[in-house]
Write a protein of this length. Structure first.
Length: 320
């Protein structure tokens, strides 16, 4: 082996040893109890993440994250596929932090932390396709006086699963007051998010969200109001009103009660097209890194004659 090859191997090994490696896996068992649907239930891998992070310098940090999920949404052969969800570098300066590359979006990350149960469902904006959770571009974030935080992203708009396919870019703004990680720290937050993206010569999509949360005494509460409007040749406004609560039972056992209610209207100008999505359950944490959560999820439709959809589930989260 030549000296140059040996040196490359040694440097690569040193870099890997200096990095932090973590993984997060979601499993679930689901029984569809909707009337007219005959399913005995199934086990499924909801999501799997492999994340590598490191800090090669005092003012530089990187994140490389792989995301594994089912391909597409068809009922046919849906194999597990891996995506690069994050591949970014953070550059911290005296005037704020710059992020370059494939990175997490700033439209619903705070709300996701307030709900604190990503293994049960995606954040509401993500679930209803108001925005992708990651995208390629440039980001800037800064703390304003300690209490306020601001984030601005300029990205492709295509998300992390598709390459850019037009000349238009997405501008996303987040302003937050208070604690941004209520799943880890007590406190409160309130904020707004906004994004604007032209999608062709005539149409543009803008997303606006208002949110707030509080955590303390074993409880965590959150609320959000989101709209997505496509203007131009088409003019459609979708709306989400969401509430969520998590409460740790003071019984000496690692048990949390949780609930989420989402009122979803895909077109505010159309009658009887809305739905109410309710999820309630209990989360049991028998060991560090493992969560087992039996829960019930129902979706009720405004349309007359439509029966609610019902699922009995047991969701698992494993983190190392």
């Amino acid at each position: 082996m030549s000296k140059s090859i040996l040196m490359s191997v040694l440097l690569t090994t040193a870099a890997v040893q200096a990095a932090d490696l973590s993984s997060l896996i979601f499993y679930e068992y689901t029984h569809n109890a909707t009337e007219g649907v005959a399913e005995d239930g199934k086990f499924e891998t909801g999501r799997a993440y492999l994340t590598i992070t490191g800090k090669p310098a005092d003012n530089l940090a990187y994140k490389l994250q792989f995301d594994v999920e089912r391909a597409g949404s068809d009922a046919g052969d849906r194999s597990l596929e891996a995506y690069v969800k994050n591949a970014c570098v953070d550059w911290s300066t005296d005037y704020g932090k710059w992020t370059f590359g494939m990175q997490g979006m700033n439209l619903f990350n705070v709300q996701e932390n307030t709900f604190g149960n990503r293994f049960l469902s995606k954040p509401l904006m993500d679930e209803h396709k108001f925005s992708s959770s990651a995208d390629m571009g440039v980001g800037y974030a800064n703390s304003l006086g300690g209490l306020f935080k601001a984030s601005l992203l300029w990205t492709n708009g295509a998300g992390y699963k598709k390459p850019e396919n037009d000349k238009y870019k997405k501008l996303s703004l987040q302003l937050v007051a208070g604690e941004t990680a209520l799943n880890k720290h007590d406190g409160w937050n309130a904020g707004l998010v906004y994004s604007l993206e032209p999608i062709n010569a005539d149409d543009a999509t803008n997303v606006m969200g208002l949110f707030g949360g509080w955590a303390g005494m074993g409880a965590r509460l959150g609320v959000e109001f989101d709209t997505k409007t496509t203007t131009g040749a088409t003019d459609v406004t979708g709306q989400i009103i969401g509430f969520y609560v998590n409460y740790q039972l003071p019984v000496g056992l690692p048990l949390d009660l949780f609930a989420q209610v989402a009122l979803v209207d895909p077109d505010t100008d159309t009658d009887d097209d809305g739905k109410t999505d309710l999820m309630v359950g209990v989360a049991f944490k028998p060991a560090k890194g493992l969560v087992i959560a039996p829960n019930l999820r129902t979706i009720s439709h405004e349309a007359s004659g439509s029966d609610p959809d019902t699922w009995y589930r047991v969701n698992f989260e494993f983190k190392i």
